[in-house]
Ligand binder design. Sequence first.
Ligand SMILES: Nc1ncnc2c1ncn2[C@@H]1O[C@H](COP(=O)(O)OP(=O)(O)O)[C@@H](O)[C@H]1O
Ligand SMILES: [Mg+2]
Ligand SMILES: [Zn+2]
Length: 240
Amino acid sequence: MEFAESQFRCMACETLLVIDPVQAQVLTKFFKGLPPIICSKCDDEAKRGREDADRQQRVAESLRQWADLVPADEDTDPEKLPDTASWVRIHNHDFQQGQGVLLHGRTRAGKSRMGWLLLKAAARQALTIEAATAYGFGRELAIRFRDNKDAHGYVRRLERAGVLLLDDLDKLCPTSRAETELFGLVEERVSHRRPTIVTTNQNAEGLVKQFERKELGAAIISRLRENCATVFCTPREAKK
Ligand SMILES: Nc1ncnc2c1ncn2[C@@H]1O[C@H](COP(=O)(O)OP(=O)(O)O)[C@@H](O)[C@H]1O
Ligand SMILES: [Mg+2]
Ligand SMILES: [Zn+2]
């Protein structure tokens, strides 16, 4: 069977395609008739469609992870945050740039709530997420080391997350192991430009003070500050 060039159409959009006669012959022979060809425009579209579907799946997975991680009572309404001005400033934070957010302010300023909202925004940006409080991080490590339960796997998971929420950095139990592992975690994340969301009641000086090894503490804090946009959280208006 022979087909004229004009009979070759994109199977998706039916645009006529000009094909080299020799190639056309090979194709018709191989497919025993009209070959199922697709134009480059439709091919690109299909590829984009697949990429969109992949992205949607990643978003859905990250949002599921967020729902698993978030404390049950974190039903935050952005309008009710004590510092709405700060939230307005950071709610569009683009994590793709590799920069994290350091939320600093006194207790009950809404830092953790904003941290969780930011983590959700990261999930919507199709990034993988993890979360830990500094206290929980130390405790989890201690238990895993004690029970020989893959402490490195745990740290590795936090190291590799697209975005990590590290809540209450000022409440780390300063054991030598927790400090060392925290340094490794922060170093690994910052050097790969993986953003971290940090909340703290203390300023840099206060944070360093809580570490047993002050130099290590200073290294951790300076790396985080370099990698993060700092936001001071202060309630500006009395909320009902
Ligand atoms: N549903 C809500 N949505 C948003 N903010 C809330 C809600 N309920 C309480 N808050 C505010 O959240 C604050 C505590 O937020 P939180 O993130 O725990 O603070 P921080 O981590 O800075 O100590 C309270 O002071 C309260 O004003
Ligand atoms: Mg908090
Ligand atoms: Zn086409």
